[in-house]
Design a protein around this ligand. Structure first.
Ligand code: ZN
Length: 218
Protein backbone atom coordinates (compact mmCIF):
# COMPACT_ATOMS: atom_id res chain seq x y z
CA UNK A 1 0.00 0.00 0.00
CA UNK A 2 2.81 2.42 0.91
CA UNK A 3 6.17 2.58 -0.87
CA UNK A 4 9.55 3.47 0.64
CA UNK A 5 12.38 4.81 -1.47
CA UNK A 6 15.85 6.22 -1.08
CA UNK A 7 16.22 9.14 -3.46
CA UNK A 8 18.38 8.88 -6.54
CA UNK A 9 18.76 11.17 -9.51
CA UNK A 10 16.52 10.90 -11.43
CA UNK A 11 13.73 9.52 -9.27
CA UNK A 12 12.12 6.36 -10.66
CA UNK A 13 8.50 6.79 -11.83
CA UNK A 14 5.79 6.63 -9.19
CA UNK A 15 4.76 3.05 -8.49
CA UNK A 16 1.03 3.07 -9.23
CA UNK A 17 0.49 -0.09 -7.19
CA UNK A 18 1.09 2.10 -4.12
CA UNK A 19 -1.19 4.69 -2.53
CA UNK A 20 1.81 6.89 -1.87
CA UNK A 21 5.54 6.69 -1.22
CA UNK A 22 7.93 8.01 1.38
CA UNK A 23 11.24 9.13 -0.04
CA UNK A 24 14.38 9.71 2.00
CA UNK A 25 16.35 12.50 0.28
CA UNK A 26 19.35 14.68 1.00
CA UNK A 27 17.15 17.44 2.38
CA UNK A 28 14.61 15.43 4.33
CA UNK A 29 11.70 13.06 4.06
CA UNK A 30 9.19 13.54 1.28
CA UNK A 31 5.85 12.02 0.35
CA UNK A 32 4.94 11.38 -3.27
CA UNK A 33 1.53 10.51 -4.73
CA UNK A 34 -0.06 10.52 -8.16
CA UNK A 35 -3.48 10.14 -9.65
CA UNK A 36 -3.49 9.69 -13.42
CA UNK A 37 -1.78 12.88 -14.48
CA UNK A 38 -1.00 13.81 -18.06
CA UNK A 39 0.87 17.03 -18.77
CA UNK A 40 -0.44 17.00 -22.33
CA UNK A 41 -4.10 16.66 -21.48
CA UNK A 42 -6.21 19.34 -19.86
CA UNK A 43 -8.34 18.43 -16.89
CA UNK A 44 -6.31 15.38 -15.90
CA UNK A 45 -5.11 14.22 -12.50
CA UNK A 46 -2.79 15.30 -9.76
CA UNK A 47 0.84 14.61 -8.89
CA UNK A 48 2.56 15.86 -5.74
CA UNK A 49 5.90 15.68 -3.99
CA UNK A 50 5.73 17.23 -0.53
CA UNK A 51 8.39 17.67 2.12
CA UNK A 52 7.29 16.26 5.46
CA UNK A 53 10.53 16.61 7.41
CA UNK A 54 13.47 18.91 6.75
CA UNK A 55 16.87 17.49 7.69
CA UNK A 56 20.26 16.86 6.11
CA UNK A 57 20.96 13.33 4.92
CA UNK A 58 24.48 13.31 3.57
CA UNK A 59 25.19 11.57 0.30
CA UNK A 60 21.65 11.64 -1.09
CA UNK A 61 20.31 14.05 -3.76
CA UNK A 62 18.00 16.83 -2.62
CA UNK A 63 14.43 17.08 -3.92
CA UNK A 64 12.16 20.04 -4.68
CA UNK A 65 8.49 20.00 -3.76
CA UNK A 66 5.87 20.21 -6.49
CA UNK A 67 2.12 20.11 -7.02
CA UNK A 68 1.22 19.34 -10.63
CA UNK A 69 -2.36 20.02 -11.61
CA UNK A 70 -4.03 21.57 -14.61
CA UNK A 71 -5.15 24.74 -12.88
CA UNK A 72 -8.82 25.64 -12.75
CA UNK A 73 -10.06 28.71 -14.63
CA UNK A 74 -11.17 31.74 -12.64
CA UNK A 75 -14.70 31.44 -14.00
CA UNK A 76 -15.17 28.15 -12.14
CA UNK A 77 -14.47 29.95 -8.88
CA UNK A 78 -16.93 32.72 -9.78
CA UNK A 79 -19.65 30.11 -10.29
CA UNK A 80 -18.94 28.44 -6.97
CA UNK A 81 -18.86 31.75 -5.09
CA UNK A 82 -22.32 32.56 -6.43
CA UNK A 83 -23.62 29.23 -5.14
CA UNK A 84 -21.84 29.81 -1.81
CA UNK A 85 -23.62 33.17 -1.46
CA UNK A 86 -26.98 31.47 -2.15
CA UNK A 87 -26.28 28.80 0.47
CA UNK A 88 -25.05 31.21 3.18
CA UNK A 89 -25.05 30.82 6.15
CA UNK A 90 -25.13 27.11 5.34
CA UNK A 91 -22.03 25.47 3.91
CA UNK A 92 -21.94 24.28 0.29
CA UNK A 93 -19.97 21.46 -1.32
CA UNK A 94 -18.43 21.06 -4.79
CA UNK A 95 -16.31 18.49 -6.57
CA UNK A 96 -13.99 19.13 -9.50
CA UNK A 97 -13.77 16.03 -11.67
CA UNK A 98 -11.81 15.04 -14.74
CA UNK A 99 -14.15 15.05 -17.75
CA UNK A 100 -11.70 13.73 -20.29
CA UNK A 101 -10.17 17.00 -21.42
CA UNK A 102 -11.70 19.58 -19.12
CA UNK A 103 -12.70 20.05 -15.53
CA UNK A 104 -16.34 19.70 -14.53
CA UNK A 105 -17.74 21.32 -11.41
CA UNK A 106 -20.19 18.94 -9.74
CA UNK A 107 -22.61 20.07 -7.04
CA UNK A 108 -23.61 16.75 -5.44
CA UNK A 109 -26.89 16.25 -3.65
CA UNK A 110 -25.91 17.39 -0.19
CA UNK A 111 -27.03 18.02 3.38
CA UNK A 112 -26.21 21.60 4.33
CA UNK A 113 -26.00 23.26 7.72
CA UNK A 114 -24.10 26.27 9.11
CA UNK A 115 -21.29 24.07 10.48
CA UNK A 116 -21.17 21.05 8.19
CA UNK A 117 -21.93 19.91 4.68
CA UNK A 118 -21.84 16.33 3.45
CA UNK A 119 -22.86 14.47 0.29
CA UNK A 120 -26.11 12.51 0.54
CA UNK A 121 -24.38 9.60 -1.16
CA UNK A 122 -20.69 9.26 -0.22
CA UNK A 123 -20.41 6.44 -2.77
CA UNK A 124 -21.39 8.72 -5.64
CA UNK A 125 -18.80 8.25 -8.44
CA UNK A 126 -18.19 12.04 -8.44
CA UNK A 127 -17.04 11.81 -4.82
CA UNK A 128 -14.50 9.17 -5.73
CA UNK A 129 -13.37 10.91 -8.92
CA UNK A 130 -12.92 14.35 -7.41
CA UNK A 131 -9.44 15.81 -7.85
CA UNK A 132 -10.38 18.98 -5.99
CA UNK A 133 -12.98 19.09 -3.22
CA UNK A 134 -14.30 22.49 -2.23
CA UNK A 135 -16.62 23.51 0.56
CA UNK A 136 -17.62 26.82 2.04
CA UNK A 137 -17.57 27.97 5.63
CA UNK A 138 -20.64 30.08 6.35
CA UNK A 139 -19.66 32.26 9.29
CA UNK A 140 -16.77 30.12 10.51
CA UNK A 141 -13.08 30.88 10.05
CA UNK A 142 -11.53 29.98 6.71
CA UNK A 143 -9.46 27.16 8.17
CA UNK A 144 -10.11 23.42 8.43
CA UNK A 145 -12.22 22.36 11.37
CA UNK A 146 -11.67 19.16 13.34
CA UNK A 147 -14.56 17.71 11.32
CA UNK A 148 -12.76 18.68 8.12
CA UNK A 149 -9.59 16.92 9.26
CA UNK A 150 -11.63 13.78 9.92
CA UNK A 151 -13.71 14.01 6.72
CA UNK A 152 -10.68 14.67 4.52
CA UNK A 153 -8.39 12.01 6.00
CA UNK A 154 -9.17 9.28 3.47
CA UNK A 155 -8.49 10.76 0.09
CA UNK A 156 -5.73 12.05 -2.09
CA UNK A 157 -6.85 15.35 -3.55
CA UNK A 158 -6.75 19.08 -3.09
CA UNK A 159 -9.12 20.46 -0.48
CA UNK A 160 -10.32 24.04 -0.67
CA UNK A 161 -12.30 26.14 1.79
CA UNK A 162 -14.18 29.25 0.69
CA UNK A 163 -14.82 31.64 3.55
CA UNK A 164 -15.25 35.29 4.32
CA UNK A 165 -13.11 37.83 6.13
CA UNK A 166 -14.80 39.82 8.89
CA UNK A 167 -14.46 42.85 6.59
CA UNK A 168 -16.70 41.04 4.09
CA UNK A 169 -14.41 39.96 1.28
CA UNK A 170 -14.08 36.30 0.25
CA UNK A 171 -11.13 34.23 1.45
CA UNK A 172 -9.76 31.00 0.02
CA UNK A 173 -7.71 28.30 1.73
CA UNK A 174 -6.07 25.41 -0.16
CA UNK A 175 -4.28 22.30 1.03
CA UNK A 176 -3.20 18.97 -0.39
CA UNK A 177 -4.34 15.89 1.49
CA UNK A 178 -2.53 12.59 1.03
CA UNK A 179 -4.49 10.12 3.15
CA UNK A 180 -4.62 12.36 6.18
CA UNK A 181 -1.28 14.08 5.68
CA UNK A 182 -1.99 17.70 4.86
CA UNK A 183 0.06 20.50 3.44
CA UNK A 184 -1.16 24.04 2.87
CA UNK A 185 -0.49 25.46 -0.59
CA UNK A 186 -1.06 28.81 -2.32
CA UNK A 187 -4.39 29.14 -4.16
CA UNK A 188 -2.49 30.18 -7.29
CA UNK A 189 -1.22 26.61 -7.57
CA UNK A 190 -4.83 25.46 -7.99
CA UNK A 191 -6.50 28.34 -9.87
CA UNK A 192 -5.22 30.20 -12.92
CA UNK A 193 -6.20 33.44 -11.21
CA UNK A 194 -8.46 34.64 -8.42
CA UNK A 195 -11.37 37.05 -8.88
CA UNK A 196 -10.08 40.49 -7.85
CA UNK A 197 -11.91 40.59 -4.53
CA UNK A 198 -10.91 37.06 -3.42
CA UNK A 199 -7.83 36.80 -1.24
CA UNK A 200 -5.70 33.78 -0.45
CA UNK A 201 -5.54 33.15 3.30
CA UNK A 202 -1.77 32.88 2.91
CA UNK A 203 -1.28 36.22 1.19
CA UNK A 204 -0.37 39.20 3.36
CA UNK A 205 -3.11 41.20 1.63
CA UNK A 206 -5.71 38.86 3.08
CA UNK A 207 -5.15 40.34 6.50
CA UNK A 208 -4.54 43.97 5.62
CA UNK A 209 -6.84 45.76 7.99
CA UNK A 210 -7.45 49.46 8.45
CA UNK A 211 -8.30 49.03 12.12
CA UNK A 212 -5.30 49.13 14.44
CA UNK A 213 -7.21 46.89 16.76
CA UNK A 214 -7.69 44.21 14.13
CA UNK A 215 -5.50 41.22 14.87
CA UNK A 216 -6.00 39.58 11.51
CA UNK A 217 -7.58 36.17 11.40
CA UNK A 218 -11.24 35.93 12.22
ZN1 ZN B 1 -15.11 22.83 6.83
Amino acid sequence: MIGYLIAKDPLPPFDRSKLYEYILAGNGIFIRAERPFDRLRAGSGLAVLLQRVSCEVRGLPSLDEYVHIERLPEVSLDLMLAEVADAHPNEALFYVVDNGGSWDIVIPEQVRSPNRVAPVNPDDPAVQRAIVEIHSHGNNATFPSDDDDRDEAFGFRIFVILGRHQEGYPLIFCRVGVYGQFQEIPAEWVFESLPHDVKDVFSPQAWACPEETCDGRD
